[in-house]
Design a protein around this ligand. Structure first.
Ligand code: PBG
Ligand code: ZN
Length: 324
């Protein structure tokens, strides 16, 4: 007898493939990370991330206008200060670059969710995500500075703050500071399972945030560990995270899948700079079909279980989805 089930029946043409598709990308899923720099009058292209720039406040506004036009609904801001010091003062300065950028965006009234990355590594002279004591990042004194950073972003008008430092207890410290200061409405997205990954290489060039000594393995997670990611995520949910994130995405699709089953808060995944750069440079070498690889990449992250994707392709992909 011939087979009863013929899988190919559901693949015959576009209409039936569209009908049975299990996973779809939407512009609403995407968060667009953007860099804003304090110095220089012109936006500066980032060599390691073709197509991305370090923006001035003005060019950031122009970029956001185009992103909104394309259908992007959320941005995540990273700041690059003019001055760095050993305690990262510009991270929590009222007139810091991110604080100024948030105010400028809010003034324009863009229909965008304004998210900010909360960390010290772009602001410290040593490039670590906290303050240093005897050659290592000192956890508890760092919490106070992270909470002050989050508060200063909220005061500037941020809708959501995203601590990316991986200190223990930071979600609680940030949540408490926001609540005590009347910012109950500001959401916290925790970089909950953030691995010590070589895929952040291009970002560190972009943000000039590579550690000047050592590495981040005493605070970011060991790529070998999966169970530990579940512990990290549960801890952050208990401390008050509204959304949790897995980072990077592609080498950690198993973690995304496992976290999705573990907690019931919204789950984000960060398609990081190295994942972006690999595709862009392979496309420039003419060895892949760039647009299809981008679409397949983002779909895989969603299929693994992330509802929210942070990607440098957000503006472009939102544009494609709008055209369709
Ligand atoms: C700051 C931070 C990093 C990224 C996001 N926030 C770098 C790092 O931890 O070294 C990486 C983003 C990317 O690679 O696209 N802690
Ligand atoms: Zn950091």
């Amino acid at each position: 007898m011939f087979p009863t089930h013929r899988a190919r029946r559901l693949r015959r043409n576009e209409s039936i493939r569209d009908l049975v598709r299990e996973t779809r990308l939407h512009a609403e899923d995407l968060v667009y990370p953007l860099f804003v720099q304090e110095t220089s009058g012109e936006p500066e292209p980032i060599k390691a991330m073709p197509g991305q720039s370090r923006h001035t406040v003005d060019s950031l506004l122009a970029e956001c206008e185009q992103a909104v036009e394309a259908g992007v609904r959320a941005v995540l801001l990273f700041g690059i200060p003019a001055q760095k010091d050993d305690v990262g003062s510009q991270a929590y300065a009222e007139t810091g670059i991110v604080q100024r950028a948030v105010r400028a965006l809010k003034e324009r009234g863009f229909p965008l969710l304004i998210c900010t990355d909360v960390c010290l590594c772009e602001y410290t002279s040593h490039g670590h995500c906290g303050i240093i004591h005897e050659g290592d990042v000192d956890n508890d004194p760092t919490l106070e500075l992270l909470a002050r950073t989050a508060l200063s972003h909220a005061q500037a008008g941020a809708d959501l703050v995203a601590p990316s430092d991986m200190m223990d207890g930071r979600i609680k410290a940030v949540r408490r500071m926001l609540d005590e200061s009347g910012f109950q409405r500001v959401a916290v997205m925790s970089y909950a399972a953030k691995y010590a990954s070589a895929y952040y290489g291009p970002f560190r060039e972009a943000a000039d945030s590579a550690p000047r000594f050592g590495d981040r393995r005493s605070y970011q997670m060991d790529p070998a560990n999966a169970r530990e990611a579940l512990r990290e995520v549960r801890a952050d949910v208990e401390e008050g995270a509204d959304i949790v994130m897995v980072k990077p995405a592609l080498a950690y699709l198993d973690i995304i899948h496992a976290v999705r089953r573990e907690v019931d808060v919204p789950l984000a995944a960060y398609n990081v700079s190295g994942e972006y750069a690999m595709v862009e440079f392979a496309a420039r070498a003419g060895v892949i079909d760039r647009e299809r690889v981008i679409a397949e990449t983002l779909l895989s992250i969603k299929r693994a279980g992330a509802e929210i994707i942070l990607t440098y392709w957000a503006r472009e992909v939102a544009g494609w989805l709008k055209e369709k």
